[in-house]
Design a protein around this ligand. Sequence first.
Ligand code: PEP
Ligand code: MN
Length: 285
Amino acid sequence: MQDATLTHKKDANHSTEIAIAPHITVGGRDLLIVGGPCAVESLPQMETVAERLAQAPVQALRGGVYKPRTSPYAFQGLGDEGLAILDRVRRQYRLPVITEVMAIHQIAAIAAHADVLQVGSRNMQNFDLLKALGSAEKPIVLKRGLAATIQEFVMAAEYIVSHGNPNVILCERGIRSFDPYTRNVLDLGAVVALKHLTHLPVIVDPSHATGKRELVADLARAAIAAGADGLMVECHPVPEASVSDARQALSLDEMVALVHSLRPIAAAVGRSLPAGQATPEPVLA
Ligand code: PEP
Ligand code: MN
C-alpha cells in the first residue's frame, strides 16, 4: 500500500475509532456487535429483535430494506416502508441501525433515518457510489467484494475517505472459492492484514461468509480472537421463516448466547464488550 494513501496505517498505534452513535464506537477497546435479520420484514419482527438484542447486548441493529438479490424475482426489500420501520425501532430502543445503500439516489433518505450506511459486496467497486458517500455525514460499513483482493478492498475505502468521509468501517464477509460447502470462505488472514495495513476498524460478517448457521458462532469467536473490532451477524425471531438468507440466520437465543461467549475471548485479546441496557428504554409510545 502506498504511504500517501489516507487509509494507510502510519504507525503501530495509529487506529481510528469511529462513533456510530453518542456512546457507541468501533475501533477502540470496545467491540461493536451488530445483529439483526438479513431483511426488515415487518415492525413486529424488528421490535422482537430489538427488544431481545438490546439486552444481549448488541450495540447496533442491522436489516436490509433495499436488498441486492441474485434473482430479480426474489424479495427486493420493503424499501421506504422498511426504512420507516428501522427509524421507529432505533428511536424506540435507542439502538443505532445499519442498512444497505445500493444507489446514489438512496443516500439522502437512508442517511436521514439510519446511523450507518452499508455498501454491500456487490457494490464495493461502484466507484460513483463510493465517491458520493464521501459527502455522506454518516459512517460507512464497506463490505469486501465477492472476489476482491485486499488491495482492491483498501482502494475502495480510499475512494470514500479521499472524497471527504473518514469514517469507513471495513467488513470481511468471505470471498468466493471453489468449495460449495460454504457460501464463501472467511478470510481471517485478511482481517489481520487489514489491521496491519490500515488504521480503519475491521469487522467480520460470519453469516454471509459461511451461509450455514451451525458454522457462524465458532467463526465469530475466531474473528474476535484474530483481532477483529466487531461482528455483524444475521439473526431472526424464526430463522427458518426468514424471507432471505434463512439458512444462515441464528435464532435470537443463539445470538444472545454468542454475545455472552465472546466475553472471555475479548478479554484474552485485550478487548471488552460494552455492558448491556438492563431494560430497553422506549422513547416512543
Ligand atoms: C448483507 O449484509 O445484507 C449482504 C447482502 O451482504 P453482502 O453484501 O456481504 O453479500
Ligand atoms: Mn443476508
